[in-house]
Design a protein around this ligand. Structure first.
Ligand code: 1GP
Length: 242
């Protein structure tokens, strides 16, 4: 079955999903995560600066049967070896070089590969730390108090036909996306909602789920504390089953 169908089924059943984000540039920290790769519901692969993700996907594949999904920071990270591609639009970017040029450059390669492609509206929100996405794209993040603008941006994404909205506080954010923002966006859109950036505790993960996130993405924390991954999964399962 297509991954998007699995995500929609999980959303319908209030079965929250936890994603482990792997940056292909940080292979050294990956070794300790390898024994735990079957615990998260999905694995995203991507980073702001990596120049390829082929080898990383191949390595992950040997250690998990979970879906491996590309969350690319640039078109060089595209590989047909993954299970699906988040074909993302940074909705608060304002330049065509970010909004559409890379998509055109990679479009035919993606189509020919036959990979499942999930159109995603990606919204960068200030996490009280300059994020690598902000540096790489020169996109101005929305402030956490601009809730109406954030909601409007998410609604625009849904109206444009995106299948998923991702609220991003930036990798290693000091301040993850607030529950107020998640709740407001959740009440205005029907499509699945991903939240990530700066989530470092099971409590913060649960807060995001309770506010309406369908999927929580954690990268840095599991890179630094790989042994904590099982307990996050356990706590999520206690609360939401599976
Ligand atoms: C970054 O939202 C993801 O794109 C995850 O952020 O690395 O801070 O968990 P962290």
């Amino acid at each position: 079955m297509a991954l998007i169908q699995d995500i929609l089924t999980a959303q319908r059943q209030s079965h929250k999903l936890l994603v482990l984000l792997i940056d292909p540039e940080k292979q050294e920290s990956l070794q300790e995560l390898l024994p735990h790769l079957s615990l998260p519901d999905m694995i995203f692969v991507g980073g702001s600066t990596a120049r390829q993700s082929d080898a990383c996907v191949e390595l992950l594949r040997k250690h998990t049967t979970r879906p491996i999904v590309l969350f690319p920071g640039n078109i060089a990270q595209f590989t047909p070896k993954a299970d699906a591609l988040l074909f993302l639009t940074l909705l608060n970017a304002r330049t065509p070089e970010i909004l559409i040029t890379p998509h055109i450059q990679v479009a035919q390669q993606v189509l020919q590969s036959g990979i499942e492609t999930i159109p995603m509206g990606y919204i960068l929100i200030d996490g009280e730390r300059k994020s690598s996405v902000e540096i790489a794209t020169k996109c101005t993040p929305l402030q956490q108090n601009q809730i109406n603008d954030i909601v409007s941006t998410a609604v625009a994404g849904q109206l444009l036909g995106k299948s998923i909205i991702y609220l991003e506080a930036g990798s290693g954010a000091n301040n993850p996306i607030s529950a107020d923002i998640i709740r407001s966006v959740r009440t205005h859109i029907q499509i699945p909602l991903i939240v990530g950036g700066g989530i470092t505790t099971p409590q913060a993960m649960l807060r995001a789920y309770e506010a309406g996130a369908d999927i929580v993405v954690i990268g840095n924390h599991f890179e630094q504390h790989p042994k904590e991954l099982p307990s996050f999964v356990h706590i999520k399962q206690q609360q939401y089953g599976k």
